[in-house]
Design a protein around this ligand. Structure first.
Ligand SMILES: [Zn+2]
Length: 406
């Protein structure tokens, strides 16, 4: 076999045949593609923007082709190979294929226009019809869509259809993850992304309660800690009658979570952890990898889902009575992580971002029923102080300041 023929067959096999040109990192916008180019520079001139230098600044276009092709074939497939039925009567596929340019644009591949055209021809030469496909099949969804769809169905199901025996229902969910499978799916996402983290003993934590200057209740652990179960109202994470302890890592976050506007008068309590804690950390999620980093696309899809999920459970809820319904899905998730997930070494709680204080970090502690009367032995009350804000300036100072431990 001649060299040219062998090269052609190889190109056909991989599905692209790159132009013999060089590209510099400035001609692509994705950081992962930029890094690939920086790692493969062999030319002092970029054939696209014309940039020239005394050192090598541009890499052969073929350096980025496997990454572009990896992303394209992860989200799209050639219709025949993806199992799209062919309707001979209509003379076409059941799903209208999109061309390579539109498919690349939807990723999106953002780069120099001439480079974009070159990449399109490099691929369209071999195949120019694509259908969206999850795991290579036209009728399957991507993992993140499957999880997001599953979560939406789950939320709706437990809010409005069936709450206490949702694990019994396995019908009518089509492609979506049925409610009973959503929790184990979420657990595997959490484990795979290693989101369980430790918190050191002696870490300061804060809690705030409204307290008008005329109030006389004593500012102690009993009044500033978690309410007793019989008086526990429904919260974002806990159902009524089961008390969870809501804390924040910053006093300002704790204050921002409860004040609605001036004038306000608050009691702030300072707690410290009594031992190292094990927490599900939904705050410091890993950065979402590039769509072109095709070895990490599964991780990318989990993280796209988690970002939506965290937003859904930390979103401000209007306190108009309907919050009792809105809180149900996150209450179920919390109960799962509190008692079903890793039952041999149960989690102490969950860290989640504040929806009202940018950068603020909240912690909800799950109750312990196996350590005597105290349901929250993970923390100990230290001291408390009061704060009053008469107007917005004073209030923004109070909730915007990063006042440390008194
Ligand atoms: Zn360039």
């Amino acid at each position: 076999m001649g060299g040219a023929k062998a090269a052609w067959m190889e190109a056909q096999e991989r599905g692209w045949d790159a132009p013999e040109k060089h590209v510099c990192p400035d001609c692509v916008s994705d950081p992962y593609l930029k890094a690939l180019i920086e790692g493969g520079v062999t030319s002092r001139t970029c054939d696209y923007c014309g940039e020239q230098a005394d050192t090598e600044i541009a890499a052969p276009v073929e350096e980025i082709m496997p990454a572009v092709m990896g992303a394209l074939t992860h989200y799209f497939a050639e219709p025949g190979g993806a199992g799209v039925p062919y309707e001979s009567a209509e003379g076409g596929y059941l799903v209208e294929p999109t061309d390579t340019a539109d498919a690349l644009m939807s990723l999106p591949l953002e780069c120099n226009d001439e480079l974009f055209d070159d990449i399109v021809s490099a691929i369209a030469h071999f195949n120019d019809g694509w259908v969206e496909a999850g795991q290579g099949h036209w009728a399957s969804e991507q993992k993140n869509q499957e999880l997001i769809g599953g979560w939406n169905r789950f939320s709706n199901h437990v809010k409005h259809r069936q709450r206490y025996f949702f694990t019994a229902t396995e019908r009518d969910f089509g492609q979506d993850i049925e409610p009973s499978r959503l929790m184990p799916e979420l657990a595997s996402v959490v484990s795979e992304l290693e989101l369980i983290e430790g918190m050191d003993a002696d870490t300061p934590l804060f809690r705030v309660r409204a307290r008008s200057p005329s109030n006389t209740w004593s500012m102690d652990a009993e009044n500033l800690g978690a309410p007793p179960s019989r008086r526990a109202a429904a919260g974002r994470m806990n159902p009524p009658g089961i008390s969870y302890l809501y804390l924040a890592l910053e006093p300002a976050t704790a204050a921002a979570e409860i004040v609605r506007g001036p004038p306000c008068s608050l009691a702030l309590a300072h707690f410290r952890t009594t031992r190292p804690l094990r927490l599900l950390n939904l705050i410091d999620l890993p950065a979402i990898p590039s769509i072109f980093d095709y070895e990490r696309l599964r991780e990318r899809e989990f993280l796209v889902f988690l970002a939506e999920f965290v937003q859904a459970i930390s979103r401000p809820v209007e306190k108009d009575g309907a919050e009792h319904i809105e809180y149900v899905p996150s209450q179920i998730v919390c109960e799962y992580f509190a008692s079903v997930f890793q039952p041999d070494s149960p989690l102490d709680g969950l860290l989640y971002p504040s929806a009202v204080s940018k950068g603020g970090r909240n912690l909800v502690l799950f109750p312990r029923f196996d350590e005597g009367d105290n349901q929250f032995p993970q923390v100990l009350f230290q001291d408390s102080w009061t704060a009053v804000a008469e107007d917005w300036t004073a209030l923004s100072k109070l909730i915007g300041s990063s006042r440390g431990v008194p």
